[in-house]
Write a protein that binds this ligand. Structure first.
Ligand code: C2G
Length: 128
């Protein structure tokens, strides 16, 4: 069975995240690296749900084999080697950004789920 990895914040876990993880689980055994709060600060992303809860929610997803912290941009190559990853997959909002990983594994960008995003949810929540 192939080993698949993806990375993300997964804040306010929603159907776009679930669709992606479902698709990835159909490709093989899925490892998800969840961005820590400190790493997200570096991305300029403020999260609503703290890291400890975001990683537990991802771990609770039936499509996920294991979840690990994502704490740096540089860890991907080491993760690919540590977990014997065959394919790195991420949404196409990152199209081309991780092509350098092709030296280590297959790199796939998948279309995002339209009509849903954490940013939209935050806006909708702020209206209450
Ligand atoms: N996603 C999706 N459809 C949406 C929203 C998100 O397919 N409607 C995908 C994104 O493309 C990404 C994953 O869900 O592959 C997680 O999205 P985010 O939590 O926004 O991830 P991001 O903050 O972009 O972190 O090192 C890579 C970064 O950590 C990615």
């Amino acid at each position: 069975m192939k080993n698949i990895i993806t990375y993300g914040t997964f804040d306010l876990f929603h159907i776009g995240h679930l669709n992606l993880l479902k698709r990835l689980s159909e490709m093989g055994q899925l490892t998800v690296a969840v961005s820590t709060d400190e790493f997200n600060e570096g991305k300029g992303k403020k999260t609503i749900i703290p890291f400890e809860q975001r990683i537990e929610i991802v771990r609770g997803c039936r499509y996920v084999h294991q979840a690990i912290p994502e704490s740096s941009w540089e860890q991907k190559i080491n993760d690919i080697q540590t977990y014997h990853i065959d394919t790195f997959v991420i949404g196409d909002d990152w199209q081309g950004k991780f092509d350098f990983l092709q030296e280590y594994c297959e790199v796939v960008y998948l279309p995002r789920t339209e009509g849903i995003s954490t940013t939209q949810l935050k806006k909708a929540l702020s209206a209450f």
